[in-house]
Design a protein around this ligand. Structure first.
Ligand code: ZN
Length: 218
């Protein structure tokens, strides 16, 4: 039996990955992380979506992460960068986040005899987050295999897809409306269509408009 663990945040990308994994694998589980992000309702949304998908869900607490680095996702006093600054990542970057999450995911996966780990990171709409890049994922996959002597396979079905293509994928998976109205991607914590002007909303909305145009619905 092919089993997979999805690193799941309740956003557009990881929800698409969750349903992709349900199609591809015989058995799927999911985990979310609470690291003191601005919008703790993100966790509740993830739980509800996982439950709706009938996928077992676990929450891991990683509070230390927000205590040791400054970023606007966990510091309510810091304003979210409206645009990616030149030559540096935006201040929403939580340093090392994907490496830590995937490492904890791998430890948990091995304990449950799961070799496949699915994550929604990608570099097509490159956000400036170094740990979303393919090179990093390949490197970490190798490191995890060596560190735990286990044959992990990290799957990144969205790695080369832009937001428009991710909307198309959600539509093909039959979850277009679920993603559109029930997921949370917005940095200002507004579910569904979001605030419309933060960097996450900008990418999501632009991709949605392009996709709707392509299928002739706008
Ligand atoms: Zn927003």
């Amino acid at each position: 039996m092919r089993k997979a663990l999805v690193v799941f945040s309740g956003g557009q990308d990881s929800t698409t990955c969750l349903y992709w994994a349900k199609k591809k694998f015989d058995s799927v589980e999911s985990i979310s992380f609470n690291y003191g992000q601005r919008h703790c309702k993100e966790v509740k949304i993830a739980e509800d979506i996982a439950r709706g998908a009938r996928v077992p869900w676990q929450l891991f607490h990683m509070d230390l992460l927000n205590k040791i680095c400054d970023n606007s996702l966990t510091d309510p006093d810091m304003e979210v960068d409206k645009e990616k600054p030149a030559n540096q990542p935006p201040n929403t970057l939580v340093e090392g986040r994907n490496m830590l999450f995937l490492t904890y995911a791998a430890i948990y996966a091995k304990s449950k005899n799961i070799q496949n780990i699915v994550t929604g990171v990608g570099q097509a709409d490159y956000s400036g987050y170094p740990d979303c890049r393919n090179e990093f994922i390949l490197s970490l996959n190798k490191t995890l295999n060596l560190s735990m002597e286990y044959e992990y396979k990290i799957h990144t079905p969205l790695m080369w897809k832009n937001k428009k293509e991710i909307w198309a994928m959600a539509d093909q998976l039959g979850i277009f409306d679920l993603v559109r109205y029930k997921t949370l991607t917005c940095y200002n914590g507004i579910i569904g269509e979001g605030c419309g002007h933060c960097p996450a909303c900008f990418l999501r909305k632009r991709g949605l408009e392009q996709y709707l145009k392509e299928i002739g619905q706008k």
